[in-house]
Design a binder for this molecule. Sequence first.
Ligand SMILES: [Mn+2]
Length: 427
Amino acid sequence: MTILHTSDWHLGHILYDHDRSDEQQDCMRQIVEIVDKRKPDAVVVSGDIFDRSSPSQTAREIFINTLIELRRNNPKMPIVVTAGNHDGKLLLDNDGRIFRLGGITIVGQVWRKKDGDIDFDRHIIAVHNQQGEEAGYIVAVPHIYENSYPRLSDNSQEGNRIQQFFQALLNQVRIRNIHGLPVVLSAHLLLTGSDIAGHEGSEYDGKLVVGSCENVSQSLLGQGYDYLALGHIHRPQNVSNSHPMARYCGTPLPLNFDEEGEHGVTLVSLPAAGGLPVIEAIPLHNLRPLLTLPEHPKTFAAVVAEMLEFDPMTEAYIRLNVLDDQPLPPDYRYILNNLFKEKKALYCTLKHNALKTVQDADSDVAEIEAFTPEQMPTPLQLAQAYYRKRYGSEMSDELVALFGQAEAAARRKAEEGANNNPPQQEE
Ligand SMILES: [Mn+2]
């Protein structure tokens, strides 16, 4: 069985106020082309179809057109789409009711039968090869918050609900899969051991969290599958130490400047009798790459001078790599607007680089801690310490004078306020 594994389309994503519909459309066109050319037995989309739960009309149109194009050229190929944490689950389920008629499976949330039991059958999709023979199974699991995993029955209050859910689902596959054909499990979650470079991770309750998804250990996902088709992390990767093989195919289009490296889709070939999947990462061409320029940070003036030479016809999103040697000129926005006016490249943001090293930063902490309660720093002393830390030099006389004026004005205002608002009488 061969599948095309893709995820994290984030249709409708806007980058620093720049609409990306043309890039997203072009990206979908490339995916349709790859499917037409490589003829996989199925397409699996592992969540985050849209960037937000109520996507724009344009984003929905791109999604629906993509499904139609995929179906038009491959009338029998299963297409399996599951919701990610960004998707509106009800919206996907509603679209899915119509697409189901065309053999396209869209799973927004866990399906239940009329009697309330989980409808496992609808999460299991049999795949046939070009010759019409049964080739394997896809198990479609949408994103589910850790505390929202369904209880299987009244007896299952004990133990881990995630584990029980996945194993019950895979047990159903085992009952059907009498020939031991390969099984692909599609899920949208943060797997323990994944490389989250490009994402902002945080910690909650001692666990790593990325974009509201908590770390899940592969041991909780049960047994009975040969390839774990993951969505959520945007950097393509085989998750280290995973067994069976777990892979994030990554986003086709980077969503921020830190999502560096190649992006694309993954073609997965699974041997007939289980065993190690063969992976082929297929890169996609990006109409408008995300560039951080210059490669090494320079002063604002040097960056502007360098960007004047940037080819006006090159399409790109630009983040300027600036060395914070001094505050930006007050009219820096005006300077940047003019700089990009005649260029096809689009300005997005500045990347600030502090002059000081981490080692130096420690001495700043020592400097602030040296103040005792009896010797509280004046506002000016604090400002000077901050400035030294940020820019690695002393405030100029002009800045010190300006700071003095601002401080005096603030004090005047505070005093006026105190006079106008006599303290409330205590009851
Ligand atoms: Mn995502």
